[in-house]
Design a binder for this molecule. Structure first.
Ligand code: GRF
Length: 208
């Protein structure tokens, strides 16, 4: 194959994605299969986690995706951690970062290096039920305690403040009187699995 034909390969146009996770990674798996099903021009080349062993990292290893364990405690300062994260992304020519259950804050310096290139999924209809302490079951408990009739999920860009970046796409589910935080979490998670790929498709279309 000549260099010229290589540069025209469709692979050349695929956006390079990093997925950041801390847990089970069901969104990661859904995005991975969604990219194939929808034939999106993207590939996941990196899974980055603060935990070396978790469902997401296990899945990455089994799928032949690089699994990078990058815990902040390995670094002397938070600036050094931010530099290592930026270097990890830049050296792999990452176009977009997808946060999928990553339970650590992204350093501000990294956010600045990747403006409108970092996405997050949150299990509620932002701007409601977001911010500090609003994660996991706390979100669904708060939704039920507030007597909301609907909830859902939000994919948004990551900005300087928690859960405040521009919204890309939302899904909605009804909150039934019999719902508990557990049943609501399961309904929302099922919509997240479709939503993240749809949001990615929307972003990729803007960058085609
Ligand atoms: C999801 O509910 C997501 O909204 C939140 O963390 C959870 C991750 O679940 N940010 P999983 O690891 O993708 O299964």
């Amino acid at each position: 194959m000549t260099t010229d034909s290589k540069s025209r390969s469709p692979l050349h146009f695929k956006k390079r994605l990093a997925v950041f996770c801390s847990g089970g990674g069901s969104n990661f798996r859904a995005i991975y299969s969604g990219i194939t099903k929808k034939n999106l021009p993207a590939e996941i080349v990196l899974c980055l986690s603060n935990r070396s062993q978790c469902g997401a990292m296990d899945f990455a290893r089994s799928a032949g995706i690089e699994a990078l364990h990058l815990p902040e405690k390995q670094f002397a300062t938070s600036d050094a951690f931010a530099e290592a994260m930026t270097e990890a992304l830049q050296s792999r020519k990452i176009d977009f970062v997808l946060l999928a259950g990553y339970l650590k804050k992204i350093p501000a310096a990294v956010v600045r290096q990747f403006p409108k290139r970092i996405l997050n999924i949150h299990p509620a209809l932002l701007p409601k039920f977001g911010g500090d302490g609003m994660y996991g079951h706390f979100v669904h408990e708060a939704v039920i305690a507030a007597g909301e009739h609907e909830s859902g999920a939000t994919v948004h860009f990551v900005g300087a403040e928690y859960d405040k970046g521009e919204i890309v796409l939302q899904s909605r589910v009804a909150v039934e009187p019999a719902d508990t935080a557990e049943t609501l979490a399961a309904k929302v998670l099922a919509t997240e699995h479709l939503l993240y790929t749809d949001a990615l498709q929307k972003i990729l279309a803007l960058h085609a």
